[in-house]
Ligand binder design. Structure first.
Ligand code: ZN
Length: 149
């Protein structure tokens, strides 16, 4: 395994075991529950948005290391971003985890690039994207629970 791959794997394990911004957000302006029935991942995303800027994102729930690590990294990366920036990052991230390694996208996505390897495992793509779809639905104030199926 290359050194970079190993570093990526260690970051996923670290975020999976010690997720950042884990818990509820009492002053959330949006929240949503998402479920990935294929794996059993169930996460609730809380967003506090002000003047079209994401001030804070938290999440809670339980899931596999990939789903938790992806949610944890997402909460770190999207904090302070505008709605337009969140949408652009969502699109980049979605393309990376569905299509695989891409130097331009990985450069733009920074630490989110650690999840590029999931593209090789189609069943895990839904784990990696769950928090993101849930966030998108939360910010759109969609009704009901998000399901990846
Ligand atoms: Zn999973």
């Amino acid at each position: 395994m290359s050194a970079l791959r190993q570093l990526y794997q260690e970051m996923i394990i670290d975020h999976g075991k010690r997720p950042r911004n884990f818990g509820t957000l009492p002053d959330a302006t949006h929240h949503k529950e998402g479920f990935n029935p294929l794996c059993g991942d169930r996460l609730t995303i809380y967003v506090s948005e002000k003047n079209n800027v994401v001030e804070k994102i938290c999440f809670e729930g339980s899931g596999c290391a990939i789903s938790v690590a992806s949610a944890s990294l997402m909460t770190e990366v999207l904090q302070g971003k505008t709605r337009a920036e969140v949408e652009a990052i969502f699109d980049d991230f979605h393309e990376l985890v569905t299509k695989g390694h891409n130097v331009v996208l990985e450069d733009r996505l920074g630490k989110l690039a650690v999840l590029a390897g999931v593209a090789e495992f189609p069943a895990r793509v839904k784990c990696a994207i769950l928090a993101w779809h849930t966030l998108k639905a939360a910010m759109a104030d969609d009704a009901g629970t998000v399901s990846t199926e």
